[in-house]
Design a binder for this molecule. Sequence first.
Ligand SMILES: C[S@@+](CC[C@H](N)C(=O)[O-])C[C@H]1O[C@@H](n2cnc3c(N)ncnc32)[C@H](O)[C@@H]1O
Length: 443
Amino acid sequence: FQLLPSSIRINRPTSIHHDTTAILSNSDDSINYIDTSEYLQRDINPMISWCEMYGVDHTSIDFCPTSSFKQLSNSQDYTCYAVTDLPAGSPVLTVPSSILLDSYHIKQNEVGELSRSEEFLTKLREPLPLFYLYVKLLYEYSLGDTSPYYDWLNSLPRSYDTGTSMTPTCYDCLPPLAATYAKTERVRYINYQSAVKNTVDWLPEWIVEDVLVCKWIFNVVSTRSWDVGDGSGERVIVPMGDMFNHHYDPEVAISYDEQGNCIAYTTRDVSAGSELRISYGFVTNPSALFAKYGFVDTYAPCTFWKYMDIIPSTELTAIGLSYSRMLFYPTGDISPEIFEVLTYLILGEKHRQEQKVFYEACLNGDEGTKGGYLNQYYYEIYGRIKKHVDKFLKDLGELKAKVVRVDEEMHPRIRMIEEHNNFVEEIFLAVKENVDAVMSQVA
Ligand SMILES: C[S@@+](CC[C@H](N)C(=O)[O-])C[C@H]1O[C@@H](n2cnc3c(N)ncnc32)[C@H](O)[C@@H]1O
């Protein structure tokens, strides 16, 4: 299997290609539009038939409510599972390139003029590939049941617990980093919406003004598209492929053949009846995953330690200061990079010359020298971690007290936020136990 080379163009049959002259100037009574009411139940069977009609091959997989596999309050959520035993490397889903929605081709030739939007969003440093998908789906929505994507769109969940769907009260109940991620999602939606209002004149006004539909479409593109993976940053939505849920150690991986058809295949042996999942990334940052996708990944193997007061430098980054390396584990373990970064900082406050020696030892993998410094400052490092963990848990306690007072009817995402905070608290409590045990030796 190969990742889609940038030179490969996805060919679409004309049956699903759209000309923007087909856009209706007003919503039309003879056309059915998707009802995006939040708690409307979805129907995935017409989507499955629709995919089959376009040549999707999914003989070895089926779909069922996610609640069959894990406790989940969201009854709208579905997941994929294997209907037969599948050896590693088995193709489980093939989706023809003709029905993929990809930002590269949308930009090239699918929808109307977008250069003013590009200029607008570039100034705001917002990603363009996701925006191309956003306008494309607004356009498809505006065609109602005359859109070739109607059955797929109509099968999608109506309710999302993403940062975009949260309220300012919700943000106030999240720890700072998670709140920042959640607000970033909402700001992105607002910026895309401004771009559409101010720079796109070929979409019908009624859809641009329909906030609920626009937010729904944003949630759809944000949670159901993935990076094409060829380094271009382009994004794609793969109908039916977008039914795979996330796991950090996935049973399924995605590839593309020379014609640009998408092929999902098993990464290991999978037995009949098991869930089939892909990885959405964010493996070391469940709060970022939560803000973007609206679920708490209770299986996450670790979390970023959420200490935000260190000013990054080239040296610190080289040692390990990053979201993917400064980690706490549910076992209470602490990643070595946290020790190394803290040692570097402590040395910087006391012995600049020795800080240099330590830095060189980190770069050269000189474990002896490194270990010497780590041992020397062992209790000081643990003391600093303890201070951070205790402060974080105290602040989290205050947030939890706030959550209890929030009106769930007005802020329906609050239960999910509570789940997120409990999950983070559990990991921090495990780390605290470990750190307290070490610090008790000092006393
Ligand atoms: C690409 S869609 C996957 C299909 C989706 N479950 C559905 O029913 O349409 C991504 C969404 O699925 C849900 N999801 C994905 N992985 C999950 C997981 N491990 N646990 C709970 N929900 C998950 C989240 O709501 C996420 O925004």
